[in-house]
Design a protein around this ligand. Structure first.
Ligand code: CAA
Length: 257
């Protein structure tokens, strides 16, 4: 497929998607969503791909949902089309997705970064949920995911005032996992993705499922779920290989089965 708003590449066993609407600071419109869904589906179907990196430009990861596209829409249009629900597909990607964020990650841009499994930020990154300044509220999960990630007080502060937080504050708050210099951002994210892609895919997919379950269920259920997944990995060839390789002091040769 020829893409207009994203650049889709592979780097070894890593899928790399770069948001590419520089004239609109990568604002997320319906074309971006359609193309991202396609790129994610292709990487999902490609067995060689073990992890995905999603990035933007140095100036902006994404400055939000496209305000120009949304401005004329009426309640009935949005309600009937279940506007924005398509983004759930991105959030439900089974393979690990790392957001590499430089510059603005605002509104839907911050929400898209939070749909990824973790965020690596450059020290120029600025996160925010400024929807309140437009007379609306976050619509792609900001009030829910941000609250789970940084707690009620900071989420309320961000969502009610619309202020931005810089990379250092985002790291302190637990929104991002690492902060690096802008010129290191992509290499750092690709190296992390490459490491994940080198591991046994069944265990990687289950690890992602298990961590995500922690956000959705009680501790007791979560522990039971984790334990069952842990047990089930003993049915894989890769568990035998991974543990044998440790004992024999060699690198494992995972077959992803
Ligand atoms: N939608 C559409 N276009 C956008 C945009 C957006 N979210 N953000 C920036 N742009 C466009 C600007 O309109 C401008 O285009 P023109 O040159 O054609 O006027 C271009 O990108 C560059 O932007 P600025 O000139 O504003 O750049 P700046 O450096 O002065 O400011 C900024 C940068 C602070 C990020 C500012 O652009 C801004 O505040 N953007 C909007 C941020 C925002 O409110 N995001 C939330 C959107 S609503 C949402 O996301 C809802 C949801 O939860 C689903």
């Amino acid at each position: 497929m020829a893409y207009e708003t994203v650049i889709v590449e592979t780097r070894g066993n890593v899928g790399l998607i770069t948001l590419n609407r520089p004239q609109a600071l990568n604002a997320l419109n319906s074309t971006v969503l359609k193309e991202l869904k396609q790129a994610f589906a292709d990487f999902h179907d490609n067995e060689a791909i073990g992890a995905i990196v999603l990035t933007g430009s140095e100036r902006a990861f994404a400055a939000g949902a496209d305000i120009k596209e949304m401005q004329p829409l009426q309640f009935a249009d949005m309600y009937k089309a279940e506007f924005i629900s398509g983004w759930d597909e991105i959030a439900k990607a089974r393979k690990p997705v790392i957001a590499a964020v430089s510059g603005f990650a605002l509104g839907g841009g911050c929400e898209l970064a939070m749909m990824c499994d973790f965020i690596i930020a450059s020290d120029t990154a600025k996160f925010g949920q400024p929807e309140i300044t437009l007379g609306v509220i976050p619509g792609m999960g900001g009030s829910q995911r941000l609250t789970r990630m940084v707690g009620k007080s900071k989420a309320m502060d961000m969502v009610l005032t619309g202020r931005m937080m810089d990379a250092a504050e985002a790291e302190r708050a637990g929104l991002v996992s690492r902060v690096v210099a802008p010129e290191r951002l992509l290499d750092e994210a690709l190296a992390a993705a490459d490491k994940i892609a080198s591991l046994s895919q069944p265990s990687v997919l289950m690890a992602k499922e298990a961590v995500n379950r922690a956000l959705e269920t009680t501790l007791e259920e979560g522990l039971r779920f984790e334990r069952r997944l842990f047990h089930s990995l003993f049915a894989t060839e890769d568990q035998k290989e991974g543990m044998a390789a440790f004992i024999e002091k060699r690198k494992p040769a995972f077959k992803h089965r």
